[in-house]
Write a protein that binds this ligand. Sequence first.
Ligand code: MN
Ligand code: MN
Length: 324
Amino acid sequence: MSQASSAPLGDQAFLRTDLRGHAFDAPYAGVRSFMRRRYSRDLNGVDVVVSGVPLDIATTFRSGARLGPAAMRAASVQLNERLYPWGFGPCEHLSVIDYGDCVLDMHRPATIHDAIANHARGILASGATMLTLGGDHYITYPLLRAHVERLGRPVALVHFDAHCDTWADDEPDSLNHGSMFYKAVREGLVDPARSVQVGIRTWNDDFMGIEVIGADAVHERGPEAIARRIAEVVGDAPAYLTFDIDCLDPAFAPGTGTPVPGGLSMAQAQAILRRLLPLNVVGMDVVEVAPAYDHAEITALAAAHVAAEMLCLLAARRAAVAAA
Ligand code: MN
Ligand code: MN
């Protein structure tokens, strides 16, 4: 109940007026917006927009990630406070709203790409940064398109995943969560020379020139060396962080569509993410949480914490840039 603001107690999802700060909400009660932020479509003065993209028709194995955004919101209820080891809550420094979910018509697959891209275009036009909750990983493709349009240059992709998602696919209209980064590189949305994939443990003959740091390399070299290498590869390029929850080992994230053993622990992922302060992060997403396969909500809990780490990273970076 510390860090009180003028917000009323309880149900901050629709009662809070101040977009910053924390106020008491019993973690088991009330409407569950992400980190108890206000549900709002007013983009005035907003630093970060959290929104859901509940898609799961681009999966190659088990679907169910359409319920991911709701599960991550529900799992975020304990994050409405100062966070370890940062010593602050990201919403003390950033004005954050929960924008709700992108409206998709899954009965008309041909409309999906533009529905997601237009959702992002509308938010990015306000100058806010997006933190998007998936949905299957296909959503990152139209999200990247909107970000690159806004920036006017390709992004460095910082991609946590068991899979490279660069399998060859020359069908422009395909909805496939395993090929969208092939398309993104070919279309110039992603600069492969500045991009890196972490946690990979499935093979592709062609990684499109992106640096691959396998899960085995994380286990052998440790998070600090991996974070240093990510920062070297990305440099000062605008970085888009995308975290497929199957980067984590199925022991930590069973609730996902295409699990692969041998992955990162949550502790390894946190230790890497917390060291990415040198990156100029311009967009973020957490994808592939499929609650039907989850146990004791551990996957959704891990995903909510990954999203919170990303917000802390952004808050700390902005504070550092402002102080410099
Ligand atoms: Mn993926
Ligand atoms: Mn994956």
